[in-house]
Design a protein around this ligand. Sequence first.
Ligand SMILES: O=c1ccn([C@@H]2O[C@H](COP(=O)(O)OP(=O)(O)O[C@H]3O[C@H](CO)[C@@H](O)[C@H](O)[C@H]3O)[C@@H](O)[C@H]2O)c(=O)[nH]1
Length: 504
Amino acid sequence: MAHGALTSLRSPWPVPARPPHVVIFPLPAQGHVNTMLRLAELLILRSGRNGLCVTFLNSEQNHLRLLSFTDAADRFSEHPTFCFKTISDGLPPEAPLSKDTILEMMEYLKLTARDVIADVIAPPPTSSSLPPVTCIIVDGALSFVIDLGEDIGVPVFVFRTISACGFWAYFCMPRLVEAGELPIQGEDDKDRLLTSIPAMEGFLRCRDLPTFCQVTDLSDAFFRYIEDQTIRTSQARGLILNTFDALEESMLDQIRPHCPNLYTVGPLNTHLRSIQLSTGSSPVISSGGRSSNSLWKEDRSCLRWLDMQPERSVVYVSFGSITVFKGKELTEFWHGLAASKFRFLWVMRPGSVPDQDEEDDELRAVTRERGCIVEWAPQEEVLAHPAIGGFLTHSGWNSTIESIAAGVPMVCWPYIAEQPTNSRFVSEVWKVGMDMKGSCDRRVIERMVGDLMTGRREELATTAACMAEAAAEAVSQGGSSWDSMNRLIDDIWTMASPHKRVDH
Ligand SMILES: O=c1ccn([C@@H]2O[C@H](COP(=O)(O)OP(=O)(O)O[C@H]3O[C@H](CO)[C@@H](O)[C@H](O)[C@H]3O)[C@@H](O)[C@H]2O)c(=O)[nH]1
């Protein structure tokens, strides 16, 4: 590690007799593991050299994939105060994640979490270099850990990997039920405007709610699970969000009375990168590369392909780690992109696409001419590439905030979870893109991609550039996310050595 560089990082926290030890417990899924690893690394780097320790709970399967496909092993070995601990996620090897398997995994973790936590907080053997556990930062999808923390006297912070608008929509589920706005009455009811989610009145329709809320039956297992886990957040020591104040101020104002200890530390990717650059924290970063927490092998050949394309000429197409195309959806996207006449870089994750059909030959010819298809891309680097002009996305929160941070406008085709809420905010509130919602029709795709790349190009690009600037400001020294991270580290430090609180 470049210690010389590290000493230049401001680290106002004193070296306590027993430095803080934070256990980080993500839901074992790509969009959760990568962002919570970023948080872990940021906590260590932002704390400077004063020894904050992190134990990261990683599922056995994800751990193998992370070590096989990324620089994580080298990168984290640079941090002597970081360690991985592997746990079981209860799923068969290689089981694809879907609504059903995620629920199964969450229920399994609910049953086993007590033993996992007991094991990790057990007093370390004298030979261990790790101090006792100070607090747990748990994924908001596993908020039941708050109760375990209370039982054993360890404070628990909740980290939600979703947007503040998505969180607030989930948080208002009981209000929606009480007001009779849920359940919805079927497909015909989806354009109804909702009135009982404060700060979203007037533009949020039933179809913009998280998919788990768009139920016709309130006894739906996922609906019940999410409602329960979200409400518990208020009992946590604090709520950490991967967003920034300037982006979601009105939502944060709504959340704060329910979760007063609110830490907005995003965009985590840019926040981490700026610290990595200033500390020269790993050989990959020092040589100009980017760190990766991918659970699939990144195909870097697409960067060479992008190098050969004109500036802002390529649509980046990626639907995240869970989306699976149904019926003719893939063909519609392909036809829409082909008809748009724009160049495209498309991530087709293994397992996300149906069997090839008879139209493939024609579409593959178009792809050879002006497309590039990979199974998994180095997304952060792709979004930062000058050849990218727009992003056709499923509106997963990581993709959305990464795109905002990179100043890339979007066309959104939300698929699951809080993605419909994110996409509504992209189009109606932040005005950095368009929302396809539900429709998967080649003509709509052709038209929206055309608007993205030409028709509305300048208007969207100007707004997106302003957003990216605000994001960069938030994570720079003295910015809102920078200060929030200071406050979080300070609060953790105080827990570890309550009599040594420092003002800075
Ligand atoms: O080729 C690719 C495609 C994706 N990514 C990365 O994978 C992550 C994907 O995360 P996200 O965009 O959030 O999509 P999902 O993994 O599908 O997201 C799940 O988790 C998110 C965070 O909780 C939720 O917002 C989504 O609704 C939920 O589906 C991002 O960091 C991307 O940069 C790559 O590195 N390469």
